[in-house]
Design a protein around this ligand. Sequence first.
Ligand SMILES: Cc1cc2nc3c(=O)[nH]c(=O)nc-3n(C[C@H](O)[C@H](O)[C@H](O)COP(=O)(O)OP(=O)(O)OC[C@H]3O[C@@H](n4cnc5c(N)ncnc54)[C@H](O)[C@@H]3O)c2cc1C
Length: 301
Amino acid sequence: MKNKYFPVLDYGFVALKDSMGSDEDIEQAARISYGKGTRKKSDTRNLIRYLMRHKHTSPFEMCELKFHVRVPMDCWRQWIRHRTASVNEYSSRYSEVPFLCQKTPANLWRLQNVVNKQGSSGYLVEENGGEFCGKVLTEEETYLQKLSYICYDHRLKAGVAREQARKDLPLSIYTEAFWKIDLHNLLHFLNLRCQTNAQEEIRKYANVIAGIVKKLYPITFEAWYDYTFTAKTFTQTEFYLMRIYREQIYEGFEAEARSVGLSSREIDELVEKLTTVNYQDFTINIDSAKDYADFNKKEEV
Ligand SMILES: Cc1cc2nc3c(=O)[nH]c(=O)nc-3n(C[C@H](O)[C@H](O)[C@H](O)COP(=O)(O)OP(=O)(O)OC[C@H]3O[C@@H](n4cnc5c(N)ncnc54)[C@H](O)[C@@H]3O)c2cc1C
């Protein structure tokens, strides 16, 4: 798995450079006192699933992964928002930027989604004979990318500093970075960036990284997939409606839960989730508030 460069988009890649830890190390960190190999695999699985379900996250921070990635700048701009990673990026102040731009084939220009204002749906027709068909947009893209790079090159030839010469390079130009993150925060990244509402370009990178995590930490990955990625939260009202639904028409619940692989404890916790409304009154009593000065009053002796 290490040093294998997985292609993403046209010139991008993801490569695992190093990793630390395993599912067993996560278990060991959680139990501290247990040595490796002294427990069965099913124990590891049960514990990791317990940790994931109850958001006991620190054992997952014991594992680290370091990647080498090449990503177009617009995608990198989203990636770099994940502040819990350590990053070392290619310096275009120090080095010349290679002419490597992400290109969009004529049939892959996505249309604006009218419902989700941040998203896209469907594709522009490649050859519709219109003024702005996919073919024309791709030709314009090629022209623009070349022109911006010619300007960059002319500035360098004229002796302009690399830090200034780069300013008109397009967002489609690729950057490279080393990106190191612990497993807990990586799963958070994947949870946001593997979802269908994430932009397709970053999702492609996230999906490759998810594949690497699945290979390295199969039990953790399965638990994350079940308890985080595909899990949903319910409002109090939805919860109430689900309870009615279950009580009225859903007999044989336990047998079915077992048949899809839930342990007794998981079933108990699920039943509790479906039957308990966790109502708490958080209304604050304004009259109980004091002035700041009240906290500094000296007790009369
Ligand atoms: C679909 C989608 C659309 C988005 N749209 C926009 C947009 O329109 N505009 C925009 O600006 N951003 C947008 N973002 C970026 C988003 O708001 C987050 O900045 C980004 O996803 C990183 O998430 P994070 O802060 O949870 O992750 P990380 O930075 O990796 O942090 C992980 C966790 O650590 C904690 N943490 C980290 N730093 C701090 C801190 N300083 N203070 C408190 N807690 C901290 C938080 O619990 C956080 O969830 C979008 C993201 C997605 C997935």
